[in-house]
Design a protein around this ligand. Structure first.
Ligand code: SF4
Length: 439
């Protein structure tokens, strides 16, 4: 068979980006090639997200657009949408999808594509596995500064608003040895930072090893400058983990700690398994042991049954914790979830909008205050790219807290760790001047 050209587009979260790197590695080992333009492709793969109802609509719109540009390419849908909608996707005559493959079916892709080509038949594989971790695949990454390393897949938590446990299946973790081997190779390939990835990254469990054991082993790898991890669940954030973060230089003092809601009643309906008090106590413990910690979060406003009082609880937590930044969303029903079946989406759009506007304004003030506190400090910045919207010669990078830092012209290289003196701050970014010494 002639070499097939693949165009692949990724939607959604970082886990999907990491999965695309696995898909590429699988296909490359079977002599497929990748192209950057849809027009040049024999096969178009869409690695989809299904977390929100409108994520599906976005993909449907994109499929129609692709069909206009390239009428002959085979169309394959991968990821959460394949797992969620299953054969309904390939049976929809308007979409003209040739095959689908769920998140645990990527090793079968070369055979699926060949079979669809040869037999001219539609094909779907979307069974979820209790074991597949892809630990034997070395992902095909774009060269960069940070490498994402998926250490576990799936989720057992069943938050009531979330579709992920249904589309990605149960939790399973890679062997500690396979993670360490992959990261040693990444360091040898020049990566300075790795981010451990998992739906519940700190629920990692392989044989007798837990997340702290894994993090220790990763932190011991020589030459690895920075380690991050996303997303931890508050319920699994142990004291041992906090102490390890405080002790190890190369584990960044930055945490993305999803709050979702500040009201204990709402948290209960969300099935988050912690209370307002427990969340606040966890944050206090973290701040006591790591005073310089940077904490970011996710919040949903207007979840089913959220009263003004409940919303006030969220405001209170936000003010007490003083998150460095927050991703704030309005609740929207996701069909197939527990909340969609059992609760009523009874907070009006108008109220959701009022609450999100208020919360965003408060968070913006806090982010600005926290950024201003950095003025005058010298931060270690890992350079990610040259050029900003305003200047071609300025540099962009991230400090240990994962804050975006822009600094002026200088003789640097992408991937270097440099000292930057912070001189200005907005709610989204801090700006400064590069210092001479390189770490
Ligand atoms: S922890 Fe909750 S929000 Fe996160 S993936 Fe699992 S069910 Fe979804």
């Amino acid at each position: 068979m002639a070499v097939m050209k693949i165009y692949i587009r990724t939607f959604g979260c970082q886990m999907n980006e990491a999965d695309t790197e696995i898909v590429k590695a699988v296909l490359k080992s079977h002599n497929f090639e990748f192209v950057e333009e849809v027009e040049a492709a024999d096969v178009v793969l869409l690695n989809t997200c299904s977390v929100r109802e409108n994520a599906n609509r976005k993909v449907f719109g994109y499929i129609h657009e692709i069909k206009r540009i390239n009428k002959t390419a085979l169309m394959g849908v991968l990821g959460c949408m394949a797992s969620d909608l299953k054969n309904n996707l390939i049976q929809d005559p308007k979409l003209k999808i040739d095959f689908i493959a769920g998140p645990d079916s990527y090793k079968k892709l070369p055979q699926i594509i060949e079979q669809v080509m040869e037999k001219d038949e539609k094909y779907g594989h979307f069974d979820l596995s209790e074991f597949e971790t892809y630990e034997d695949i070395y992902p095909l990454r774009k060269q960069g500064v940070n490498a994402w390393v998926a250490i576990m897949r799936g989720c057992n938590n069943f938050c009531s608003y979330c579709i992920v446990p249904y589309t990605r299946g149960r939790e399973r973790s890679r062997s500690l040895q396979s993670v360490v081997r992959e990261i040693e190779q990444l360091v040898a390939d020049g990566y300075k930072q790795i981010t451990l990835l998992g739906q519940n990254v700190n629920s990692y469990k392989y044989e007798d090893y837990n997340f702290v054991d894994l993090l220790k082993a990763v932190s011991d790898i020589k030459g690895l400058k920075r380690i991050r991890f996303v997303s931890p669940h508050p319920k699994d954030f142990s004291l041992d983990l906090i102490k390890l973060m405080a002790k190890r230089e190369n584990i960044c003092n930055a945490i993305h700690l999803p709050l979702q809601a500040g009201s204990t009643q709402v948290l209960k309906r969300m099935n988050r398994t912690y209370t307002k008090q427990e969340y606040l106590e966890l944050v206090n413990k973290i701040k006591k042991i790591i005073p310089e910690i940077v904490i970011n979060t996710d919040i949903i406003v207007g979840f089913c049954g959220e009263t003004e009082e409940d919303f006030e609880d969220t405001l209170e937590v936000v003010k007490k914790v003083e998150f460095d930044s927050a991703y704030i969303f309005k609740y929207s029903v996701r069909s197939g979830t527990f909340a969609a079946k059992k609760y009523v989406d009874d907070v009006s759009e108008e109220v959701k909008t009022r609450r999100i506007v208020k919360l965003n304004a408060i968070q913006k003030r806090i982010s600005l205050k926290k950024h201003k506190e950095q003025i005058g400090s010298i931060e270690e910045v890992l350079i990610e790219r040259k050029g900003t919207k305003k200047s071609k010669t300025d540099w962009q990078g991230r400090d240990e807290g994962n804050r975006l830092v822009i600094f002026s012209d200088g003789n640097y290289n992408i991937g270097e760790l440099v000292k930057v003196k912070i001189e200005e701050a907005t709610a989204n970014v801090v700006k400064g001047e590069g210092c001479e010494d390189i770490f």
